[in-house]
Design a protein around this ligand. Structure first.
Ligand code: NAI
Length: 283
C-alpha cells in the first residue's frame, strides 16, 4: 500500500521527531496535539533540529524549507486523520488514553489506512482491539532521538495482517531507517533485552559493585558506547522502572525490578533530569 499522507498524534518528544523525519522524507504530515502551545513548541523543536542538520551540511536550507512546508499542525483530531494513509500515535504511555484515541481515530480515518502506535511497553493487540480494524493496526516503535536513531521496531500484533506489517516495513525504509520486525510481547525485542540488562546492572550495584566500575567494564570489555548506569541516568530511572514493572507483570519473576531502582525512584533520584542518579549532575 502506498503511503502519501501521515498523521502524527501527540507532538511531544517522540511525535515531533517522527513528524520531522516524515516531512523530511517527502510525506505530507498532519501533526495533532491538545493545544496550540504544544504544537508551536513542537514546531520550534523541529526547526532547531533541522537547522542543526543544515549546519552540519546534511541537508540544504532549501530542503529544510520544503520539509517545514509539508508540516500541517492542528488541534482537531478529525482534521488530522480524515484524509491520511497512515496514523502514528505518540501520546502518553497510558493504555486507557491510547484505546480511547484509537477508537476515535478508527471512526474518522479512511477505511484502508494503517494505524500504528509508538508505545514502548503497551500491548498493540489491546490497542488494536479498540478499533474495528485490528488487522490494520501495528506498532512502529521509533527510538529517541528519532532524527538520529536508525532502527525502528515494526510490531506485529496478534491480528495484524501481513499487508499492514509489510506497509510498516516499507514505510520505515522510506524514512531512511532500518526496520526490525518484532512480535507483540512485552518489551518487544529492544526493551526486553536492553532493559533487563540495565536492571541487572542495578542488581550489580546492590551486590556492592561501584557504578563507575560497572560502566567501565561494560564499555571496555564489550564495546558498549555508554555504560548501563550512565544510560539509566540519561533515560530516567522512572522510565526503566515502568518498563520493568510491565515485563514483570506479564512475563514473571525473572523481570523483577531491582529493589534499589524502586528506592531511587521513590527518592527522586531519577538521573540527569533531577540532578542525581547513579552519578551526580549538580553543578
Ligand atoms: P511526551 O510526554 O513528550 O508527549 C506526549 C504528547 O502527547 C504530549 O504533548 C501530550 O499533550 C500529547 N497527548 C496526550 N493525549 C493526547 C491526545 N488525546 N491527543 C493528542 N495528543 C495527546 O511523550 P513521549 O516521550 O513523546 O512518548 C510518547 C510515546 O512514545 C509513549 O507511548 C512512549 O512510551 C513512546 N516512546 C517514548 C520514547 C522516549 O524515549 N521518550 C522512546 C520510544 C517510545
Amino acid at each position: 500500500m502506498e503511503i502519501k499522507k501521515v498523521a502524527v498524534i501527540g507532538a511531544g518528544t517522540m511525535g515531533a521527531g517522527i513528524a520531522q523525519v516524515c516531512a523530511s522524507s517527502g510525506y505530507e504530515v498532519y501533526l495533532n496535539d491538545l493545544s496550540v502551545e504544544i504544537l508551536e513548541r513542537a514546531q520550534a523543536n523541529i526547526e532547531n533540529s533541522l537547522a542543526r542538520f543544515v549546519d552540519k551540511k546534511k541537508i540544504s536550507a532549501d530542503d529544510m524549507k520544503v520539509a517545514l512546508g509539508r508540516l500541517h499542525k492542528t488541534t482537531d483530531l478529525v482534521e488530522a486523520v480524515k484524509d491520511v494513509d497512515l496514523v502514528i500515535e505518540a501520546v502518553f504511555e497510558d493504555l486507557a488514553v491510547k484505546k480511547e484515541l484509537f477508537k476515535k481515530i478508527d471512526q474518522h480515518v479512511p477505511e484502508n489506512a494503517v494505524l500504528a502506535s509508538n508505545t514502548s511497553s503497551l500491548p498493540i493487540t489491546a490497542i488494536a482491539a479498540a478499533t474495528r480494524r485490528p488487522e490494520r493496526v501495528i506498532g512502529l516503535h521509533f527510538m529517541n532521538p528519532v532524527p538520529l536513531m536508525k532502527g525502528v521496531e515494526v510490531i506485529r500484533a496478534r491480528l495484524s495482517s501481513d499487508e499492514a506489517v509489510a506497509t510498516g516495513i516499507e514505510f520505515v525504509k522510506s524514512l531512511g531507517k532500518i526496520p526490525a520486525e518484532a512480535v507483540d510481547y512485552p518489551g518487544f525485542i529492544v526493551s526486553r533485552i536492553l532493559d533487563v540488562m540495565l536492571n541487572e546492572a542495578v542488581y550489580c550495584v546492590m551486590d556492592g559493585n561501584k557504578p563507575e566500575e560497572i560502566d567501565k567494564a561494560m564499555k571496555v570489555c564489550t564495546n558498549f558506547p555508554m555504560g548501563p548506569l550512565e544510560l539509566i541516568d540519561m533515560a530516567g530511572a522512572d522510565v526503566l522502572l515502568h518498563v520493568m514493572e510491565c515485563l514483570n507483570r506479564e512475563l514473571g519473576d525473572k523481570y523483577r525490578p531491582a529493589p534499589l531502582l524502586a528506592q531511587m525512584v521513590r527518592a527522586g533520584q531519577l538521573g540527569r533530569k533531577t540532578g542525581q542518579g547513579f552519578y551526580s549532575y549538580k553543578k
